[in-house]
Design a protein around this ligand. Sequence first.
Ligand SMILES: Nc1nc2c(ncn2[C@@H]2O[C@H](COP(=O)(O)OP(=O)(O)OP(=O)(O)O)[C@@H](O)[C@H]2O)c(=O)[nH]1
Length: 693
Amino acid sequence: MSRNTRIERYRNIGIMAHIDAGKTTLTERVLFFTGRIHATGEVHNGSTEMDWLPQEKQRGITITSAATTAFWSPRQGPSAGTAHRINILDTPGHVDFTIEVERSLRVLDGAVAVFDSSQGVEPQSEAVWRQADRYGVPRIAFLNKMDKVGADFAMSLASIRERLGARPVAVQLPLGADSEFRGLVDLVRMKTVLFDGDGGEYRDDLPVPEDLRAQAETLRLRLIEAAADMDDGVMEKFVNGRLDDVTEAELVRALRAGTLSRSLVPVLAGSAFKKKGVQMLLDAIVNYLPAPSDLPAVEGFVPGTEKTVMREPSDDGPPAALAFKLMSDKNVGNIVFLRVYSGTLRAGTVLLNPATGKRERVGRLMFMHANRREEVEEVHAGDIAAALGMKGVRTGDTLSDPDAPVVLESLSFPEPVVHLTVEARSPAELPKLEDGLLRLAAEDPSLRVGVDPESGQVLLSGMGELHLEVVVDRLRTEYGVEARVGQPKVAYRDTVKQAVRQEYRHVRQTGGPGQYARVVLDIAPAARGAGLVFVDDTRGGSIPKELVPAIQKGVAGAMERGVRDGVALVDMEVRLVDGDTHVRDSTPQAFSLAGSLAVQEAVRRVGVQVLEPVMDVEVTTPEEYVGEVLGDLAARRGRVQGMETQGPARRVLARVPMASLFGYVTSLRGRTQGRGQASMRLGSYEPLPDARA
Ligand SMILES: Nc1nc2c(ncn2[C@@H]2O[C@H](COP(=O)(O)OP(=O)(O)OP(=O)(O)O)[C@@H](O)[C@H]2O)c(=O)[nH]1
């Protein structure tokens, strides 16, 4: 059986934005206009199709990025009339769920960045934009909420240029704003679309209204200029002033090239809520965002080597897929979400997971439509699908042809900054608690589960208060565990307090083969974020090269364990300066142990410097509350880094220790009558002032 839709007609996209910019509403509208659902859901009454965990319905925020598929035949452009398959990964806007954004960005090919046109670029949309930069994701922008009071197309366009450093190219000009928002001038065709009713109806191909002609022509000139930079044909006409000869097809092709090379960002406008401009956005997704086949082949490693290999986006190549998300389902067990990069996967195909060395048999395969599943026989290069029946797969693992194994780039997992203890209320509840946590941690690699050394209770570590709150909530609703929950605490780190030389001699001679190892290490604090910097500085072969990796492994293990229970050591330079071996008894094990014990002893001797997570916090607040907000930040040991004006709001950037941020969002709302917003992410680990340690 071959595929139904050619790979050139695939678009794997994400919808990314600041919290509340309207991603969920927009996704719903996309599903509505593409005929996937018949009545549009509304976020406020908890009936949307994409948000389907009970918590999401309650909270109205998207916790899990669900995948869904829609088909669209563009009405305009070179692909007009051909059905395209749009796979959409929904991504939450809240910073505590940044792992969800990371995993979507890792596997999607293009994205729609949604902005609230009355706010322009907001803190979290900037954070997500930077994440997308890191993954090299081509983007188009949708200025949503044009129907809202204060909607400002020009301000939003400027904020994309200034705050994001991108080159926004308006491909539309809205007609009116807030309650007057009534249409769009399509600057590529120089035609006007007028909205006509509440169900997304419109009249197209109308002339540009006289009062907007000058503005539309200015913007079109900029559009042609941007296109000229991408296309010699357009450039030729542009420099010779033959603007009227530039064709629609030429412009779309050039803008597409510019989007794919990330030289520019086409900008559209509309109102998801009022169902205005969504069909034009769908056209733009097809016209400007890449198909999997437009992107370079993906690079991976041959397992266990440094040799790289490429995997082409073709159905005939050896299968290679990335597991980017896991879910456990009461009825069907483990669901592994896969992005297929190459080859064809069938039910029954056996794949190798190089991370575990195990073979995994694909059970059933399905496409996910939010909470509905469509079972299929096979999936192909470019597909985003779910597989059942694979047990030993973790998030970020590659699944590949056992005869042509490959390891693709994994995901980066953020470091936890907050701990919370949870305790079963009765011994009978304990197994349920453990089972629930195991499953939740498998789904969410940014959640770590350990043991609190002080109390012996289960310790959850995560990205923030809200993140852990949701975990506790899911324990209750999905696993029926009413756990007793402690106060959230900061996840501290340790580093060695000062430079120290440490010798360690490990000798054992009791029966059997003996063990002998001697190492001398120079241990010192290293730059923040450095982790372990290990240097082999031995001269004259006092330690054979083949034993050095064992020492490094011992050192790394000791740092992970730390010297205070549960607190890891970070940011240390460890220099191996000398040592001894014994002709017979010097095994790698002995040296690993010596390295590990040397670190522990050194750190115990000179003591630790406690490091605390310090967050980058961005607060947006109406002007009148700025004084209040600044005073509060200062009381929380915050250092203000900058302040900007954006439309009617002020934006404050500050660095604040996590320890004084518990409950911040709630308190900010109280201080600003619900109008202030904050986003925070880990900035760095910094020395805890002695008085606090
Ligand atoms: N006026 C207006 N309101 C909108 C529009 N789109 C969405 N909203 C409203 O804005 C709020 C947030 O919309 P959501 O779709 O939940 O936003 P989101 O970005 O998905 O939010 P998270 O999933 O929590 O990150 C809801 O109350 C929507 O009804 C729009 O075009 N105009």
